[in-house]
Design a protein around this ligand. Structure first.
Ligand code: NAP
Length: 566
């Protein structure tokens, strides 16, 4: 018996396990095996959820055959009881019997809940541990609380791995999980993460804090827990296999944030430039929660997006003059002493693509919109000597911005009568499923059109401009340039622009396919596409796209109300 346990011990050493385990569910063993066969090459570490099978014991013979055929696979057998959040309706004793048979079938690891261990005899668990590697697990499906207390109870039982899974309801819950893992991972083989969308970062930071492995879904749509990202994202985007205590942490903070393209772009840049860093999406429901995390997570830098670009300014120790002038910050650097410094790279995002094409001094530019991005554009363009005109759906806001940036306000009705070198769309009109344009064709009298909208990659306004032989600058260029500047501020290295552009383009193509797989079908955006569009639009101004959302109005329609003079 002991010879066997030595074999298992050597097979489950921390350094031998891949960092990502893919959970597999299936109603019958055939379906589960088919999935396992298709995944094993890229995902040799799998968890078989036997509790999803109507007859777990009956399925083990087939699973044994699979494990015999694939000695390269490391397999966990889990038969979670329904009372503990699984689907198995049998007793703890029946669960133990299934897990014992799974060990005999060749599973190297079995997962058993603390609650079952508490019901079983101590000798039962010890005997199981002699046969197979045991993961003693505890899941909290509601919150992240009493981690130490729970673990104190778990330690009473012998196990090879202690797995604690909580639910994050705030960003700070991730900090709690990290601290917990850091406190125990030197002494015990720990596995820890927080479920839920707010806990996504714990899946990467947990490993950094000492979790031996984490879980990743086989594909999108095959998640077995809320907030699970795919195994390929964990490996390819977040490079989880190389994340360690020395890995620097960066992130983009906002609400919503789940489908921001920034992690894809920035992680690709870090990979390309071989910077030992990871860039995460931080879903902060409040600025207070975000700030608590910023002080506890060893974040080196942050991208700030909606709705915190303005509010973060008061939390900064210092910022560059343009950030102070604009009153909005999209880039934070955290000093060694924890102090925060702010920059605004949206300015470079707008100005750089234009400067690559023309001299801005004296260029006649029309800016549509007076929101956050328009503010960055206005101050940046005026700073470079452009002759700037601003119009907006709410004229008063355009007038205020024009006054502050020393630009000129232009009435919407006067736009068609004028000629410009550049027209910049800094409104959300045309974004996502919104197929409108913020200007009419007769108003597009310009040499260049710069549409800051970049989802979709080609907007109606851009199509209208191309039809008039106007040179189009896509919003993607702004997205990449503002990110490139952030990369340079954080790392001091030149940003790999081609790589960043390539991965964002690919992601946009994927989104376009998801949003509209067949041209002839009505364009209903996928949840991912909707979330991306939401990322860049405050809740009050989300554009039309799905049932119940307000229809977007083109720029200037509101101006028909009281005529405000310049
Ligand atoms: P914001 O602060 O909410 O400002 C939105 C502006 O658009 C406001 O001036 C608003 O006018 C106007 N607007 C909103 N809905 C409109 C409609 N239906 N018709 C006419 N005007 C409308 O947003 P923001 O942060 O400045 O972002 C603006 C857009 O820039 C985003 O939607 C996004 O597409 C794009 N963006 C691009 C990048 C990039 O990297 N390429 C980055 C960030 C943002 P009112 O004053 O009347 O409300």
């Amino acid at each position: 018996m002991h010879a066997v346990s030595t074999v298992y011990a050597s097979r489950i050493q921390r350094f031998r396990l891949p960092r990502v385990c893919v959970p597999l569910v299936g109603e019958d063993p055939a379906a589960m095996l088919e999935r396992a066969e298709s995944l094993v090459r890229d995902n040799p570490f799998m968890e078989f959820r036997l509790d999803y099978l109507s007859n777990p014991v009956g399925g083990l013979a087939k699973l044994k055959h699979f494990l015999d055929l694939h000695p390269e696979a490391t397999a966990i057998a889990t038969c979670r009881r329904a009372v503990n959040g699984g689907k198995f309706r049998g007793s703890a004793a029946a669960q133990l019997e299934i897990l014992t048979k799974a060990a005999a079938a060749g599973f190297q690891l079995v997962d058993i809940e603390l609650q079952s261990a508490e019901i079983l005899k101590r000798t039962d668990l010890a005997e199981l541990k002699d046969k197979v590697g045991v993961i003693l697990s505890f899941h909290d499906f509601k919150a992240t609380r009493k981690l130490e207390e729970t673990f104190a109870g778990m330690k009473q039982y012998p196990a090879d791995f202690y797995k604690v899974v909580s639910t994050a309801t705030t960003l700070y819950d991730n900090v709690q999980m990290m601290k917990f893992l850091q406190a125990h991972s030197a002494q015990f083989e720990m596995v820890g993460l927080s479920m839920g969308e707010q806990g996504i970062i714990s899946r990467i930071l947990g490993v950094r804090a000492g979790s031996v492995f984490t879980f990743g879904a086989a594909t999108r749509g095959e998640e077995t827990a809320p907030g699970q990202v795919t195994a390929s994202e964990l490996r390819d985007t977040y490079r989880i296999e190389m994340v360690d205590a020395a890995t620097q942490v960066y992130g983009v903070a906002g609400d919503p944030i789940a489908h921001s393209l920034s992690p894809i772009m920035m992680n690709a840049a870090f990979r390309r430039e071989t910077v030992n860093a990871v860039y995460l999406a931080l879903h902060a429901k409040t600025l207070k929660d975000l700030m608590a995390c910023v002080h506890e997570i060893p974040l080196r830098g942050l991208s700030i997006t909606m709705p915190y670009k303005q509010d973060i300014v008061s939390a900064l120790s210092n910022s560059d003059p343009l950030t102070r002038q604009i009153g909005a910050c999209n880039t934070v650097v955290r000093g060694q002493d924890g102090r925060l410094f702010g920059f605004n790279t949206d300015v470079a995002g707008v100005v750089t693509p234009l400067q690559q094409r023309m001299t801005l001094a004296g260029a006649k530019i029309l800016l549509l919109g007076a929101g956050g991005v328009a503010r960055a554009a206005a101050f940046g363009l005026k700073d470079r000597g452009a002759e700037l005109f601003i119009t907006n759906r709410t004229p008063e806001k355009a007038q205020t911005l024009a006054r502050q940036a020393k630009a000129k306000y232009i009435k919407r009705t006067d736009v068609a009568k004028s000629n410009f070198d550049v027209i910049i769309n800094a409104t959300p009109v045309g974004m996502g499923a919104n197929r409108q344009a913020p200007l009419d064709e007769k108003e597009l009298n310009t040499r260049y059109l710069f549409d800051l909208v970049y989802v979709p990659a080609e907007t109606k306004l851009m199509k209208m401009a191309r039809a008039k032989n106007i040179e189009v600058i896509p919003g993607l260029e702004m997205f990449v340039q503002q990110g490139a500047r952030q990369f340079e501020i954080w790392t001091g290295k030149p940003a790999p622009l081609a790589e960043m552009t390539f991965v964002v383009n690919k992601a946009l193509e994927r989104l376009a396919q998801q949003a509209s797989p067949h041209e002839e079908e009505p364009r209903v955006p996928s949840p991912a596409a909707r979330a991306v569009q939401a990322d860049f639009s405050p809740r009050s101004q989300r554009v039309a796209g799905s049932a119940g959302e307000k229809k977007a109005k083109p720029v200037g329609r509101k101006a028909a109300k009281p005529a405000v003079k310049r």
